[in-house]
Design a protein around this ligand. Structure first.
Ligand code: ATP
Length: 231
């Protein structure tokens, strides 16, 4: 369970409040107008920003003051955060050991993760020699290896074509189910929310609302969401 307890996030004159819980292993989309604060909310959960008020609890423990690396989560951005000077296997190895001190078992785990995302045998390649879709798979494989119980996705597949994107969303769903992970995904595509996330948090007009059923929210959107969707 992830609890956002009376949270208030402030950046200059921007304010966003959130006060709700997300049940274990839920998959939740964050939808709302541009500039509403979706990325800011993820950045706060990840520990890159400190909230002005309130607490973030994971399984009842207060993680508000923890450094990003000490939090029980992985975060995936659109640019995939791959290091260009390291090969794919090394990039994955960073998920296991930040100093790349890898044992034989770690190499076996890396190879298995590459298999799992459909990139068998590509461990020696540099990220720049891979397609955008393959780079997304590498970044997802790194999350798979880290095996954190909370996965934050900030439009990681926005640059991919529809077929590739739907493959990646299916892979995320598979991995999240295997690892009983909770997923929070920022997206601009209601169809992505429908595909991956039974629940949606609407972020609009200074409030991140409690999760509601995605299908119901999209079928009968409140005015702020309707305006954003162009309905
Ligand atoms: N470093 C910063 N300092 C001050 N304000 C910021 C900073 N980063 C973002 N903001 C402001 O915070 C607000 C929320 O931005 P954020 O990127 O979280 O919105 P978003 O919903 O993710 O938007 P989009 O859908 O366009 O990505 C915006 O008003 C933005 O201008």
């Amino acid at each position: 369970m992830l609890t956002l307890d009376n949270l208030l996030i402030e950046q200059d004159d921007f304010r966003l409040s959130a006060d709700f819980a997300i049940p274990p292993a839920a998959r939740v989309a964050l939808l709302g107008p541009s500039g509403a604060g979706k990325s800011t909310l993820l950045a706060t959960l990840a520990g890159f920003l400190a909230p002005g008020r309130g607490r973030i609890l994971w399984r009842g423990a207060d993680i508000t003051g923890l450094a990003p690396g000490a939090r029980p989560l992985s975060i995936l951005f659109q640019d995939q955060n791959l290091f260009p000077h390291l090969n794919v296997a090394q990039n994955l190895g960073l998920g296991l050991s930040p100093k790349l001190r890898l044992a034989r078992a770690d190499h076996a785990q890396i190879a298995a993760a590459l298999d799992r995302v459909g990139l068998s045998g590509l461990g020696d390649r540099r990220p720049a020699t891979l397609s955008g879709g393959q780079q997304s798979r590498v970044a997802l494989a790194r999350c798979l290896l880290r095996a954190k119980p909370l996965l934050l996705l900030d439009e990681p597949f926005a640059a991919l074509g529809p077929a590739l994107k739907s493959d990646m969303l299916a892979l995320v769903a598979e991995i999240a189910a295997d690892q009983h992970a909770t997923v929070l995904m920022v997206s601009h595509e209601p169809a992505d929310a429908v595909a991956l996330c039974p629940q949606t948090v609407l972020v609009a007009e200074g409030v991140a609302h409690p999760p509601a059923a995605t299908a119901g929210l999209l079928a009968d959107p409140p005015p702020a969401l309707a305006a954003y969707l162009g309905k």
